[in-house]
Design a protein around this ligand. Sequence first.
Ligand SMILES: NC(=O)c1ccc[n+]([C@@H]2O[C@H](COP(=O)([O-])OP(=O)(O)OC[C@H]3O[C@@H](n4cnc5c(N)ncnc54)[C@H](O)[C@@H]3O)[C@@H](O)[C@H]2O)c1
Length: 322
Amino acid sequence: MSNKITNSKILVTGGAGFIGSYVVEYLLPHQPQKIIIIDNLIRGSHENMASFANHPLVEFVEGDICDTALLEKCMAGCDYVFHLAALRINSCAASPKDGFNVMLKATFDVAELCVKHKIKKIIYSSSASVYGLAQHFPTPESDNPYDNQTFYGAAKMWGEQLFRSYKFMYGLDYCALRYFNAYGPRMDTDGKYTEVMIKWLDCIRDGRNPLIFGDGATTMDFVYVKDIAKSNVAALLSDATDEAFNIGNCVETSLKELLQLLLSVNNSSLQPEFRGENTVNPVSKRLADISKAKAMLDFTPTISLEEGLKELSQWYFSKQKV
Ligand SMILES: NC(=O)c1ccc[n+]([C@@H]2O[C@H](COP(=O)([O-])OP(=O)(O)OC[C@H]3O[C@@H](n4cnc5c(N)ncnc54)[C@H](O)[C@@H]3O)[C@@H](O)[C@H]2O)c1
C-alpha cells in the first residue's frame, strides 16, 4: 500500500479524541513517516490512544492548539493536517468565549500555519450542525446553513468558509467533512454531556427501564466512528479540494427505534418509559445524502447500526469489567 500518506509527516489535532484516535489508527497501515498528535486531553485520553501508544511513528504532544507557538512547532515540516480538535456543541453554548478561542481563533491559526508551512492538504472536521434543520431530506451539501442556531454550527460553517477563502487566496487544498451523528467505542461515557446511548446502556446494565424524553420521534443519521475515520483517509487520498462532504450512514433512525435496537442487540426485555420533554430540540430530523462523497471520495459506510450498536455495547460493558 503506497500512496501520498506513505513517508509523509502528518499532524492530527484532537488525535486523542473519539474520532481522531481512529483516524490515527487508519493512517498507520499506509506507512507515514511520522504522525504528530496535539491534544490537551480536555476530552481525549491516553486510553483512546492505547493501540498506538508505543508506536515508533506516533508522537503525542500534550498541549493546547490555542498555544500558537506549540501548534507551529508541531506543524513545521508536516505534509498534511487533519484538524479535529474542537469543543462540543454544549461546551460552546456554555462558554462561547472558549468556543471562540478554540473553534475560531485556533482554527484561524491552523489555516495561517498551513500556508506558512506549505501544507499540501488539510482535512477539516465539520458537522451536520451547519444545516440546523435542513431544507431537504436526504440532505445534500447544497442545503443552506441559515437555519443553524448554535454557536458550534456557526463556528463549523465559519471554519469551512475560512478554508474556502484560504484556497482562493493562497491555494491551500482542503476538504471539509460534515459528520452526522457519530457513535461507537470510545465515545464519551462519563463527561458532563454523556450521550443518550451510554445512559441507556447504563440502564440495561442496571436493569432499569430506559427513559425517553418527549415522544422519541426525533430522527438522526447514526454513522459509525470507523466509517468516519475511513472518510478522513479517503478525503486525503482523493484529488478533491475546496469541497464539503456529508458523512452519514443514510439511514434515518428515530430515538425510539434506536432504543429498541439497543435493547434488542443486548437481548434486553426492558421497556422504554416516556417522560415530558425538558428541552426543545430545534433539529427534529437528520438524514444525509452522501452521493457526493460516494462519487468523489469513493466513500461508502460499511457498518450497519445494528452491528455498530453491538460493538459499542461490547466495548462499554467490557470496559466496566476492568
Ligand atoms: N462526535 C460527533 O458526533 C461529531 C459530529 C460532527 C462533527 N464532529 C467533529 O469531529 C471532530 C472530532 O470530534 P470527536 O467526537 O472525536 O470529539 P472529541 O471531543 O472526542 O475530540 C476532540 C479532541 O480535541 C481535543 N481538544 C479540544 N480542545 C482542544 C484544544 N484547545 N487543544 C488541543 N486539543 C483540544 C479534545 O481533548 C479531544 O481529544 C470535532 O471537530 C467535532 O466537532 C463530531
